[in-house]
Design a protein. Structure first.
Length: 275
Protein backbone atom coordinates (compact mmCIF):
# COMPACT_ATOMS: atom_id res chain seq x y z
CA UNK A 1 0.00 0.00 0.00
CA UNK A 2 1.34 3.44 -0.93
CA UNK A 3 1.96 5.70 2.06
CA UNK A 4 -0.37 8.70 2.06
CA UNK A 5 1.53 11.97 1.63
CA UNK A 6 0.11 15.29 2.79
CA UNK A 7 0.37 18.10 0.28
CA UNK A 8 -0.89 20.72 2.70
CA UNK A 9 1.45 23.67 3.31
CA UNK A 10 3.71 23.36 6.34
CA UNK A 11 5.41 26.77 6.33
CA UNK A 12 3.07 29.75 6.05
CA UNK A 13 3.79 33.47 5.81
CA UNK A 14 0.91 35.78 6.74
CA UNK A 15 1.03 39.38 5.52
CA UNK A 16 -2.14 40.54 7.27
CA UNK A 17 -3.50 40.16 10.83
CA UNK A 18 -6.79 38.78 9.50
CA UNK A 19 -5.05 35.75 7.99
CA UNK A 20 -3.06 35.22 11.19
CA UNK A 21 -6.22 35.39 13.29
CA UNK A 22 -7.89 32.81 11.05
CA UNK A 23 -4.87 30.50 11.37
CA UNK A 24 -5.16 30.79 15.15
CA UNK A 25 -8.88 30.01 15.16
CA UNK A 26 -8.53 26.90 13.01
CA UNK A 27 -5.64 25.59 15.10
CA UNK A 28 -2.90 26.03 12.48
CA UNK A 29 -0.82 28.79 14.03
CA UNK A 30 2.09 26.39 14.51
CA UNK A 31 2.62 26.45 10.73
CA UNK A 32 3.24 30.20 10.75
CA UNK A 33 6.92 30.98 10.08
CA UNK A 34 6.61 34.72 9.40
CA UNK A 35 4.05 37.48 9.94
CA UNK A 36 3.80 41.26 10.26
CA UNK A 37 4.31 43.29 13.42
CA UNK A 38 0.58 44.05 13.37
CA UNK A 39 -0.18 40.35 13.72
CA UNK A 40 1.38 40.46 17.18
CA UNK A 41 -1.40 42.80 18.33
CA UNK A 42 -4.08 40.28 17.47
CA UNK A 43 -2.09 37.14 18.39
CA UNK A 44 0.27 38.26 21.19
CA UNK A 45 1.30 34.64 21.81
CA UNK A 46 3.47 34.95 18.69
CA UNK A 47 5.85 37.17 20.66
CA UNK A 48 7.05 34.04 22.43
CA UNK A 49 7.86 32.17 19.19
CA UNK A 50 10.62 32.36 16.59
CA UNK A 51 8.22 33.72 13.98
CA UNK A 52 10.00 36.15 11.64
CA UNK A 53 8.60 39.67 11.28
CA UNK A 54 8.11 40.81 7.68
CA UNK A 55 6.46 43.71 5.92
CA UNK A 56 2.73 43.60 5.10
CA UNK A 57 0.70 43.39 1.85
CA UNK A 58 1.18 47.11 1.24
CA UNK A 59 4.98 47.07 1.55
CA UNK A 60 5.87 43.40 0.92
CA UNK A 61 9.47 42.47 0.18
CA UNK A 62 10.20 39.24 -1.71
CA UNK A 63 13.61 38.82 -0.05
CA UNK A 64 12.02 38.83 3.42
CA UNK A 65 9.39 36.33 2.32
CA UNK A 66 11.92 33.97 0.76
CA UNK A 67 14.08 34.13 3.89
CA UNK A 68 11.27 32.37 5.76
CA UNK A 69 11.29 29.49 3.22
CA UNK A 70 7.46 29.32 2.99
CA UNK A 71 5.33 27.04 0.87
CA UNK A 72 2.31 29.36 1.19
CA UNK A 73 1.93 33.15 1.44
CA UNK A 74 -1.40 34.60 2.55
CA UNK A 75 -2.18 38.27 1.97
CA UNK A 76 -5.17 40.56 2.02
CA UNK A 77 -6.15 44.14 1.19
CA UNK A 78 -4.86 46.80 1.20
CA UNK A 79 -2.56 45.92 -1.68
CA UNK A 80 -0.11 48.02 -3.62
CA UNK A 81 0.59 46.83 -7.17
CA UNK A 82 4.36 46.82 -6.67
CA UNK A 83 3.98 44.85 -3.45
CA UNK A 84 1.83 42.21 -5.10
CA UNK A 85 4.55 41.85 -7.73
CA UNK A 86 7.08 41.37 -4.95
CA UNK A 87 4.93 38.68 -3.36
CA UNK A 88 4.59 36.82 -6.67
CA UNK A 89 8.34 37.10 -7.25
CA UNK A 90 8.81 34.95 -4.16
CA UNK A 91 7.74 32.00 -6.34
CA UNK A 92 5.57 30.23 -3.75
CA UNK A 93 1.87 29.48 -3.58
CA UNK A 94 -0.10 32.64 -2.94
CA UNK A 95 -3.58 33.28 -1.52
CA UNK A 96 -4.90 36.83 -1.79
CA UNK A 97 -8.15 38.05 -0.24
CA UNK A 98 -10.27 41.19 -0.52
CA UNK A 99 -13.35 40.65 1.69
CA UNK A 100 -16.21 43.13 1.92
CA UNK A 101 -19.01 41.28 3.65
CA UNK A 102 -19.41 38.69 6.40
CA UNK A 103 -20.13 36.11 3.67
CA UNK A 104 -16.75 36.96 2.10
CA UNK A 105 -15.05 36.45 5.45
CA UNK A 106 -16.71 33.06 5.93
CA UNK A 107 -15.40 32.14 2.49
CA UNK A 108 -11.89 33.25 3.42
CA UNK A 109 -11.97 31.09 6.56
CA UNK A 110 -13.16 28.09 4.53
CA UNK A 111 -10.51 28.66 1.86
CA UNK A 112 -7.57 28.95 4.28
CA UNK A 113 -8.77 25.98 6.31
CA UNK A 114 -9.24 23.89 3.18
CA UNK A 115 -5.79 24.64 1.80
CA UNK A 116 -4.22 23.74 5.15
CA UNK A 117 -6.12 20.46 5.44
CA UNK A 118 -8.34 21.73 8.27
CA UNK A 119 -11.65 22.08 6.43
CA UNK A 120 -13.78 20.65 9.25
CA UNK A 121 -12.26 23.04 11.79
CA UNK A 122 -12.90 25.91 9.42
CA UNK A 123 -16.57 24.98 9.16
CA UNK A 124 -16.81 24.89 12.98
CA UNK A 125 -15.34 28.40 13.18
CA UNK A 126 -17.81 29.67 10.59
CA UNK A 127 -20.76 28.10 12.39
CA UNK A 128 -19.63 29.62 15.68
CA UNK A 129 -19.52 33.07 14.10
CA UNK A 130 -22.96 32.65 12.58
CA UNK A 131 -24.42 31.32 15.84
CA UNK A 132 -23.07 34.26 17.86
CA UNK A 133 -24.48 36.77 15.39
CA UNK A 134 -27.86 35.03 15.29
CA UNK A 135 -28.01 34.89 19.11
CA UNK A 136 -27.35 38.64 19.29
CA UNK A 137 -30.07 39.30 16.72
CA UNK A 138 -32.58 37.33 18.74
CA UNK A 139 -31.81 39.29 21.91
CA UNK A 140 -32.58 42.66 20.33
CA UNK A 141 -35.68 41.57 18.38
CA UNK A 142 -38.41 44.19 18.60
CA UNK A 143 -36.26 46.87 20.24
CA UNK A 144 -35.72 50.37 18.83
CA UNK A 145 -32.84 50.73 16.39
CA UNK A 146 -30.74 53.82 17.16
CA UNK A 147 -28.83 55.52 14.35
CA UNK A 148 -25.13 54.60 14.57
CA UNK A 149 -22.22 56.34 12.84
CA UNK A 150 -19.14 54.08 12.61
CA UNK A 151 -15.88 55.58 11.41
CA UNK A 152 -12.82 53.64 10.22
CA UNK A 153 -10.70 56.72 9.56
CA UNK A 154 -10.88 60.35 10.62
CA UNK A 155 -8.82 62.41 8.15
CA UNK A 156 -10.81 62.46 5.95
CA UNK A 157 -13.79 60.77 7.65
CA UNK A 158 -14.47 57.33 6.16
CA UNK A 159 -17.36 55.13 7.25
CA UNK A 160 -16.58 51.61 8.43
CA UNK A 161 -16.61 48.63 6.05
CA UNK A 162 -19.71 46.65 4.93
CA UNK A 163 -19.04 43.84 7.41
CA UNK A 164 -19.17 46.44 10.23
CA UNK A 165 -22.49 47.68 8.90
CA UNK A 166 -23.77 44.10 9.12
CA UNK A 167 -22.53 43.81 12.70
CA UNK A 168 -24.19 47.11 13.64
CA UNK A 169 -27.48 45.78 12.29
CA UNK A 170 -26.97 42.50 14.17
CA UNK A 171 -26.30 44.46 17.37
CA UNK A 172 -29.57 46.36 17.02
CA UNK A 173 -28.54 49.60 15.33
CA UNK A 174 -29.12 51.35 12.02
CA UNK A 175 -25.85 52.03 10.17
CA UNK A 176 -25.45 55.64 9.05
CA UNK A 177 -24.25 56.30 5.50
CA UNK A 178 -22.62 54.12 2.87
CA UNK A 179 -20.13 51.57 4.25
CA UNK A 180 -16.54 52.28 3.27
CA UNK A 181 -17.39 55.65 1.72
CA UNK A 182 -15.93 59.09 2.41
CA UNK A 183 -18.19 61.50 4.24
CA UNK A 184 -17.92 64.91 5.91
CA UNK A 185 -18.12 65.96 9.53
CA UNK A 186 -21.02 68.26 8.60
CA UNK A 187 -22.96 65.44 6.94
CA UNK A 188 -22.63 63.35 10.08
CA UNK A 189 -23.72 66.28 12.26
CA UNK A 190 -26.73 66.89 10.00
CA UNK A 191 -27.74 63.22 10.31
CA UNK A 192 -27.51 63.62 14.12
CA UNK A 193 -26.76 59.99 15.06
CA UNK A 194 -27.69 58.54 18.43
CA UNK A 195 -24.35 56.75 18.76
CA UNK A 196 -20.87 57.41 17.37
CA UNK A 197 -18.27 54.64 17.11
CA UNK A 198 -14.66 55.49 16.19
CA UNK A 199 -12.46 52.55 15.22
CA UNK A 200 -9.55 53.96 13.25
CA UNK A 201 -7.26 51.63 11.32
CA UNK A 202 -3.95 51.24 13.10
CA UNK A 203 -5.01 53.32 16.11
CA UNK A 204 -5.76 50.46 18.47
CA UNK A 205 -7.91 51.97 21.23
CA UNK A 206 -6.25 55.39 21.08
CA UNK A 207 -8.78 57.46 19.10
CA UNK A 208 -8.96 60.91 20.85
CA UNK A 209 -12.73 61.08 21.29
CA UNK A 210 -12.92 64.39 23.17
CA UNK A 211 -10.59 66.04 20.69
CA UNK A 212 -12.49 65.00 17.57
CA UNK A 213 -15.86 66.02 19.06
CA UNK A 214 -14.50 69.46 19.90
CA UNK A 215 -12.61 69.95 16.63
CA UNK A 216 -15.60 68.92 14.52
CA UNK A 217 -18.13 71.08 16.36
CA UNK A 218 -20.23 68.06 17.30
CA UNK A 219 -21.17 69.32 20.79
CA UNK A 220 -24.88 69.54 19.98
CA UNK A 221 -25.09 66.06 18.41
CA UNK A 222 -27.44 63.61 20.18
CA UNK A 223 -24.67 61.05 20.57
CA UNK A 224 -22.42 63.60 22.26
CA UNK A 225 -25.14 65.01 24.51
CA UNK A 226 -25.87 61.51 25.83
CA UNK A 227 -22.15 60.55 26.02
CA UNK A 228 -22.78 57.79 23.50
CA UNK A 229 -19.44 58.29 21.76
CA UNK A 230 -17.15 55.28 21.85
CA UNK A 231 -13.81 53.99 20.64
CA UNK A 232 -13.67 50.28 19.77
CA UNK A 233 -10.29 48.66 19.28
CA UNK A 234 -9.13 48.68 15.68
CA UNK A 235 -8.49 44.92 15.69
CA UNK A 236 -12.08 44.15 16.72
CA UNK A 237 -13.79 45.87 13.79
CA UNK A 238 -11.19 46.29 11.03
CA UNK A 239 -9.74 42.79 11.00
CA UNK A 240 -11.96 40.57 8.77
CA UNK A 241 -11.65 37.39 10.80
CA UNK A 242 -13.36 35.58 13.71
CA UNK A 243 -12.10 38.36 16.03
CA UNK A 244 -15.04 40.39 14.72
CA UNK A 245 -17.11 38.63 17.39
CA UNK A 246 -15.32 40.83 19.95
CA UNK A 247 -16.40 43.81 17.88
CA UNK A 248 -19.98 42.54 17.79
CA UNK A 249 -20.08 42.31 21.60
CA UNK A 250 -18.60 45.78 21.94
CA UNK A 251 -21.15 47.21 19.50
CA UNK A 252 -24.02 45.45 21.27
CA UNK A 253 -22.97 46.90 24.63
CA UNK A 254 -22.80 50.41 23.15
CA UNK A 255 -26.07 50.20 21.21
CA UNK A 256 -28.24 48.31 23.71
CA UNK A 257 -26.62 48.60 27.17
CA UNK A 258 -29.95 47.62 28.71
CA UNK A 259 -29.50 44.15 27.19
CA UNK A 260 -25.76 43.63 26.81
CA UNK A 261 -22.91 44.33 29.25
CA UNK A 262 -19.97 46.49 28.27
CA UNK A 263 -17.39 44.26 26.60
CA UNK A 264 -13.62 44.36 26.37
CA UNK A 265 -12.03 46.67 23.84
CA UNK A 266 -14.47 49.58 24.09
CA UNK A 267 -13.93 53.01 25.66
CA UNK A 268 -16.55 55.70 26.26
CA UNK A 269 -15.95 59.43 25.93
CA UNK A 270 -14.79 60.73 29.29
CA UNK A 271 -16.41 64.17 29.26
CA UNK A 272 -20.12 64.82 28.94
CA UNK A 273 -20.57 67.84 26.67
CA UNK A 274 -23.65 69.95 27.34
CA UNK A 275 -25.31 72.44 25.05
Amino acid sequence: MTEEVSHSPRRVVSLQPSATAILAEIGELDKLVACTKYCLDICPQLKETKCLIVRDSWTACSQEILAARPDLVIASVPYQEESVSEILKAGVRFLGFAPHTLADIYGDVACIAGVLGAASRGELVIEHMKDDIQATLQQIAGRPRPLVYCEEWGKPPIASQPWVAELVEAAGGEFLGKPGAHTTTQAVLDANPDIVIASWCGAGDRVPLEKIVSARGWNTMKAVQSSNVFCIRDEFLNTPSPTLLHGLRALAGAIHPEVFPMAIGIRRIATLVRK
